[in-house]
Design a protein around this ligand. Structure first.
Ligand code: HSE
Length: 420
């Protein structure tokens, strides 16, 4: 019998205990041994967790208990779980975590500390979708060309509502919170940080890139308006918050931002709270993984898959490679990114303004792909909507500064990157 201790018996932790008990037969058949939840740690002992396991308010007691063989960390946060996971690994106890923030900051240190002790984290990215297993195992014959994913259900839910129902940003955020999709601090979701943590984990497995959140472009959906959604449609795009990691000639681009993607692409059709990740391997071609990215049972399903792997005797390697991976690949700086862009500008409706705008773009070697001019609510202004051919982020940022400095252009310019 293998005994499991759970740090954090909230929604996911309670689901882990419940599924281990209710699906005990199938789990035992697959793992080869009985797996039993024996102890949980919680902050507030007075709250009913709805699961028949003993609880303590001391997480160290769980780690040190002679009765606990595998530690499951579902507490959230970064430094406190880091200390606890480290302690468990140093005691030689395998750990399963769903904690993406912990891994976004400490995955390489934890890999060192773990050595041959298993540290698995399938649930940390895209909840119930087995994307970590796919990258670590199923696609291990491939050089990974790109990963593009909808990795935050809250943002996808909000954007879907805005696109399909014309809903208002604040109203849909409130709904997402009430439905329990959003993180405790929703800035984590709408600001792109939650997706960035997940992307960094995937970037390590695919490319061996040791980056932290501050090293990559992270933008959220706070600036997206109904107007952008409507104009995206006119240009044949949908807007999604994507995490993108891709190999280009000069290195690896990693970025999280609202993205216009062709409305006909598979990922554009992923609606509501669902997550999806497209992975292109050099031999397999495009693969697509779809499923629930959050929720108690879905996330617990991934946690238990890791426990089963450990019980079967799988020890890693944690990040999926034993020697340097793709040696020489470096993370490109945000300025080095190259892509296409959509711009929305509000400009004075008078002669010469359009040519001034296109001159600024031309001076930064930015070529316009398509252009629309629409009336605005203000009589003396019009909206200019345009998409560009590929150009560097550096040129685009400089061009935006120059455009904002023009008298005829309002300062609030919206820029959305396009991925085809
Ligand atoms: N807040 C996250 C989401 C939950 O909306 O996808 C899973 O990380």
């Amino acid at each position: 019998m293998v005994k499991v201790g759970i740090l954090g018996v909230g929604t996911v932790g309670a689901s882990v205990a419940k599924i281990l008990l209710e699906n005990a037969d199938i789990i035992e058949a697959r793992a080869g041994k009985k797996i039993v939840p024996v102890l949980g740690a919680v902050k507030d002992l007075s709250k009913d967790r709805g699961v028949p396991i003993p609880l303590t308010d001391d997480p160290v007691e769980v780690i040190e208990s002679a009765d606990v063989d595998i530690v499951v960390e579902l507490m959230g946060g970064v430094e406190e779980p880091y200390a606890l996971v480290k302690k468990a690994l140093e005691a030689g106890k395998p750990v399963v975590t769903a904690n993406k923030a912990l891994l976004a900051y400490h995955r390489y240190e934890l890999q060192e500390i773990a050595g041959n002790t298993p540290l698995f984290y399938e649930a940390s990215v895209a909840g119930g979708i087995p994307i970590i297993g796919a990258l670590r195992n199923g696609l291990s014959a491939n050089h990974i060309e790109s990963i593009k994913g909808i990795m935050n259900g809250t943002c996808n839910y909000m954007l879907t509502k805005m696109i399909q129902e014309g809903a208002d940003y604040d109203e849909v955020l409130k709904e997402a919170q009430e439905l329990g999709y959003a993180e405790a601090d929703p800035t984590f979701d709408v600001g792109g940080f939650d997706a960035a943590h997940k992307l960094l984990i995937l970037g390590s497995i695919a490319y061996g890139i040791d980056a932290k959140p501050e090293d990559i472009v992270i933008e959220g959906i706070e600036e997206i308006s109904q107007t952008d959604v409507e104009f995206a449609r006119e240009f044949g795009y949908e807007i999604k918050l994507l995490g993108i990691a891709k190999k280009v000639e000069t290195g690896v681009e990693m970025r999280v931002h609202a993205t216009m993607i062709p409305a006909s692409s598979m990922i554009a059709k992923v609606d509501g709270v669902m997550n999806a990740v497209s992975v292109v391997g050099d031999r397999v071609g495009e693969t697509m993984f779809y499923g629930p990215g959050a929720g108690g049972d879905a996330t617990a399903s991934a946690v238990i898959a890791d426990i089963v792997e450990i019980v079967r005797g799988n020890t890693g390697p944690m990040l999926g490679y034993k020697k340097g991976l793709e040696s020489g690949l470096r993370l490109l700086a945000p300025d080095e990114i190259e892509t296409q862009y959509y711009l929305k500008l509000k400009v004075l409706d008078r002669p010469g303004v359009l040519s001034a705008v296109s001159r600024v773009l031309g001076e930064h070697s930015i070529s316009i792909e398509s252009l629309l001019q629409k009336p605005s609510r203000l009589a003396d202004r019009v909206r200019l909507l345009l998409t560009t051919h590929r150009c560097s982020e550096r040129e685009m940022r400089q061009a935006l500064q120059a455009l904002k400095a023009l008298d005829a252009v309002d300062e609030s310019i919206t820029m959305i990157r396009i991925e085809k």
